[in-house]
Design a binder for this molecule. Structure first.
Ligand SMILES: Nc1nc2c(ncn2[C@@H]2O[C@H](COP(=O)(O)OP(=O)(O)O)[C@@H](O)[C@H]2O)c(=O)[nH]1
Ligand SMILES: [Mg+2]
Length: 366
């Protein structure tokens, strides 16, 4: 997969740009009026993974290259966006190629920060966005179907199959069902990802809350938790404003602060991990010539030769075999040499499934 891309979406003024800035250390414009983010901002974020540093240590490597996830701060979505209200059309075309949606939901108070619906109500906000995505899909599918009809009667089986899927999509959307809640066959799902339907994209909620919610969750936040749990949706609780302030202090002060608040892991770290999980990604590692320890994000189910292809297409073409060891076993052994002596390094052929945490050395002919 090319770089994984997550879109930060949500109504205006919910803290999207604040979150984006925390994630990327970037300088997206933060303002207390709607539409301050006129053009999308793109930033790259490293996936936190302690194993990589440990791997570098046992292999005497000094260059560490973590896996990355791209985040896009997309302009706010409002009611009627699918018809081109506000920045709607631009918004919708931006998110079509995104792999996963991270929806920021406002749970923080603050009268000085305008809410486009007049009051704070996270569940209503979620439903507004849900409906906009659904209506946008309905328009998209309508257009796709019209085009398919135009292409005439000389249709291949493949074209007919596609039309059938599109018809099914349309019927579900008309019933008010977001595509991610509809059971599709594996083949249909594969097509739907390619078609770029918005309500089919994996989605997670980010509750942007007040600092006080950390110790005593507000009734709003509690309602949101219940809602997410009945909808079986992931919800990541974050204080974007607080996390942004944490960016400005030293690492030491930050640790102290987090400890005081009894926060084990920063919200943004949880978010990145969750994006990874949502897309069914795993990580394998390479240590090239003892110089660079590198993490590679790949979809679960990938084989050793396909993994080789992620590193270089020549490696897949000329694939011979791989030396594989789970990173935990390598760390336990203390070095590759000792791991080999203990018989922990496996030699695997091209069809061996890669597991999360595998350290792989590919052998290939040029
Ligand atoms: N109190 C509080 N204010 C926040 C929080 N996150 C963002 N804000 C404020 O809300 C306003 C809008 O934030 P911004 O990130 O620009 O929202 P966007 O329109 O969704 O990108 C700014 O004044 C932020 O400082 C938060 O967690 N708590
Ligand atoms: Mg913004």
């Amino acid at each position: 997969m090319a770089t994984v891309c997550s879109g930060i979406i949500g109504l205006p003024n919910v803290g999207k740009s604040t979150l984006f800035n925390v994630l990327t250390g970037g300088k997206a414009q933060i303002a207390s009026f709607p539409f301050s983010t006129i053009s999308p901002n793109v930033g790259t974020v490293s996936v936190p993974d302690n194993r990589l540093e440990c791997l570098a240590r046992v292999t005497n490597t000094n260059i560490i290259t973590p896996a990355v996830v791209q985040f896009v701060d997309v302009a706010g979505l409002v009611k009627g966006a699918h018809q081109g209200e506000g920045l709607g059309n631009e918004f919708l075309s931006r998110i079509r190629s995104i792999n996963v949606l991270a929806e920021v939901v406002r749970c923080f108070q603050g009268e000085e920060i305008a809410h486009c619906e007049g009051n704070i109500d996270p569940i209503r906000d979620i439903q507004i966005i849900e409906l906009e995505l659904l209506l946008a899909d309905l328009e998209i599918v309508g257009r796709k179907l019209a085009k398919a009809v135009q292409s005439g009667t000389s249709k291949s089986t493949k074209d007919k199959e596609r039309s059938n899927i599109l018809e099914k999509v349309k019927a579900e959307l008309e019933k008010g069902n977001s595509l991610r809640n509809v059971p599709f066959t594996e083949k249909e799902e594969y097509e739907l990802v390619k078609e770029g339907f918005l309500s089919f994209k994996p989605l997670l909620y980010i509750a942007n809350m007040d600092e006080s919610d950390l110790t005593s969750p507000s009734p709003l936040l509690q309602r949101l938790r219940e809602y997410a749990s009945t909808e079986r949706m992931e919800i990541i609780e974050i204080c974007a404003q607080l996390e942004l302030e944490l960016e400005d202090i030293s690492q030491e002060e930050r640790m102290e602060f987090l400890e005081e608040l009894k926060i084990k892991e920063r919200g943004i770290d949880r978010l990145i991990k969750e994006v990874y999980k949502k897309l069914n990604l795993i990580t394998f590692f390479t240590v090239s010539g003892g110089k660079e320890a590198k993490a590679w994000p790949v979809e679960r189910g990938i084989t050793a030769s396909q993994a080789a292809g992620k590193v270089h297409s020549d490696m897949e073409k000329g694939y011979i075999k791989s030396d594989i060891i789970p990173v935990s076993e390598l760390l336990e052994a203390g070095s590759i040499k000792q791991a080999r002596e203990k018989g922990k390094v496996r030699i695997e052929g091209r069809d061996c499934l890669v597991e999360d945490g595998d350290v792989i050395h590919f052998r290939f002919s040029k």
